[in-house]
Ligand binder design. Structure first.
Ligand SMILES: [Zn+2]
Length: 232
């Protein structure tokens, strides 16, 4: 009887927690609290994507995430643009364990935050799993370019026009091994690693476009924090 009463009241638990949350009488652990800043050290939860998304319209939550995680980040001054390519809420992108080459590209703060999560929870684990070595350097083709979406002379600006995207061309492991697109996009361990990196990136970026997407992306992964979700 008691058990049945307990089971029948279970659906009320989330409601009760929500009521306590709204009245600020109870908060879940920070990693599950949608109002707490993202801490890069916390294993990703169902709330992580929401925290990353919130940075787009509440820019202060992005710098707060770096502060909460004990990480230094270099904010850059805003730069208006009459060509539709303003730089706002940008920082110098710097990898945590893996350096970027070329170093220190400009990136929106949300892109930098997504990069932190991607490196920690997708890129480095994949490298260790496949090669027993960590990624030491990431080769990229740039973040900022004042242009439209690839192949369009009119219409929507690329996420690169606001430094909200990065094009990644390859990785150098700590043991010296190099992995490059498009050379290693195929069968074998290297191909499996690159596909795992692509799929892992989809957990933290909004759009991830690689060689499977189209010929324009055969030699790099395009990773962005724009409004259009895509993973291919
Ligand atoms: Zn791109």
């Amino acid at each position: 009887m008691l058990l049945r009463a307990l089971l029948s009241s279970l659906p009320l638990v989330p409601l009760a927690l929500a009521a306590l949350y709204v009245t600020a009488l109870w908060r879940p652990p920070p990693a599950w609290d949608p109002l707490a800043p993202l801490d890069f050290r916390d294993t990703p939860t169902l709330v992580t994507h929401w925290k990353l998304s919130r940075m787009a319209w509440q820019p202060e939550t992005c710098l707060a995430a770096f502060a909460a995680s004990g990480l230094k980040v270099t904010p850059l001054p805003d730069r208006p643009s009459e060509a539709g390519c303003p730089l706002e809420n940008t920082v110098r992108l710097a990898g945590e364990g893996a350096s970027l080459a070329p170093a220190g590209p400009v990136a929106t703060c949300p892109l930098a935050a997504a990069w932190e999560m991607f490196e920690r929870y997708a890129l480095q684990p994949a490298a260790e799993r496949h090669f027993g070595s960590r990624v030491a350097r990431v080769q990229h083709l740039g973040t900022f370019a004042c242009r439209n979406v690839y192949g369009r002379t009119e219409g929507r600006r690329s996420e690169h026009a606001t430094a909200n995207a990065i094009d990644v061309a390859g990785f150098t492991l700590a043991n010296g091994r190099e992995l490059r697109l498009p050379r290693d996009w195929g069968e074998g361990e290297a191909g499996a690693f690159l596909r795992e990196v692509r799929d892992g990136a989809c957990r933290f970026f909004r759009a991830v476009l690689g060689p499977d997407h189209n010929a324009a992306h055969r030699d790099h992964f395009h990773l962005d924090r724009g409004p259009w979700p895509r993973c291919s």
